[in-house]
Design a binder for this molecule. Sequence first.
Ligand code: ZN
Ligand code: ZN
Length: 481
Amino acid sequence: MKNIKNITIQVILLFGFITFSLQGCSDDDSTNQQEPVEDLKLDLSQFTKADAGVMMQAFYWDVEPRGAWYDEVRSKIDDWATSGVNRIWLAPPGKGASGEFSMGYDPSDYFDVGEFDQHGTVETRFGSRAELESLIQKSHDNNIEVIADIVMGHNSGGGKQDNPFRPGDTEVYSLFNELNGNASGKFNRSYEHFHPNDIHTNDEEALFFEKTDLCHDQQYVQDWLWGRDDSVAEFYKNSLGFDGWRFDYVKSFDPKFVTAWNDKVGGFSVGENFDGNQQVLKDWVNASGIPAFDFACFYRLDETLDRANDLTALGTPENMLRKLDPANAVTFTANHDTEKDENPDNRISYANKLLAYSYILTHDGYPTIFYLDYENESFKEPIKKLITIYNTIADGDIEIIIASEDEYIMKRNGNGDNPGLILYMNISNRTKQFEVTSNWANKTLIDYTDNSAATPTADNEGKVIIQAPGKSFSVWSIAKE
Ligand code: ZN
Ligand code: ZN
């Protein structure tokens, strides 16, 4: 049901004509239109907020060029730092069973980050150990933390071995030593470190790489993963310089093991609990004590934008992790898995990508930017503007003004001198208008995304008519006095 303040229907007739006229303008005309708005912009960098910063997922599936990815990422760091990125997430750094083709999710030797000749290559798909360390140094020089992807559910690439707990099964590859997929000689493994073993038959979910599903209940496995002073966790943190962790596929082991890793080495952490149910995510956050990727937010955005063509569900309470626990929600609109998923229900279409970013970069939660989106020339400038907005005026309490079929309008109330913002998402084909009650009595407003050239002034009660172009969005705040 439409709010009675919604004057959309009345203004469509009037502004349908204006929109039509604007679309007919030449490039020169639209440049002339935007210049005055540019002059009215406040320097947003004067507004700071406690949780400023976004994370860049610095890879996509099957990155190229092979062996030179760390150098490629390194060449981007200056630009990303300027844009407001405060962390980068790298793919699993250890040598995978598929050697130079491995994206790191088939871990064989955790300690070989591109310096041992095995699985057909010295370098990993991403480069050498020296190139990794150089990337980490460059990131630190730019106040960017580097997050390692930790795959500790299963292993690949070991030697064949009889496992007495799998009688008659001759295809068990659970032997990891200097001659069998573990040239570093650290964290050598054998059948008893996998399932089934003398403790039990399996753990949380032994569906994935069942025969080489690591058993974290084995003290030896715990010691090598995080317990010892020369464990994987300590090596990544102290020798390589990683600052934090992204735990892969956490459904495959007990959350207490993530807690134990963090108790040992600390740092920012996030878990990949691949589940669209916000309560499942919240329960895992509570159990592990670390944030989780907000798959519920991702799926609600995909459902509303790509399928239902109806934004009403964005206004539904408690249907995302960020609505239940914003401090522990890491939001995103794409990742290396969703990007290659052929099912459109598992990814947000390119047509709606910027609308999705406008959502995660104005609300609370810690946003992730996907490499291929940011490095897409048609998305880069809009995403940069949204990151600046997120890092400055996306502050204060969230108030949903309307969530209807075509429109979603949300106000952030700011803090102290920080004016906050109003997000206006419009998925109809036409420019829409809406009268909102802002916190900005007698102030002129502008759209800091430059999608709308309007410069409305709020009345002495803060009431003001804002607009958003069709299939687009605007983010309003106060203009220069
Ligand atoms: Zn186990
Ligand atoms: Zn989709």
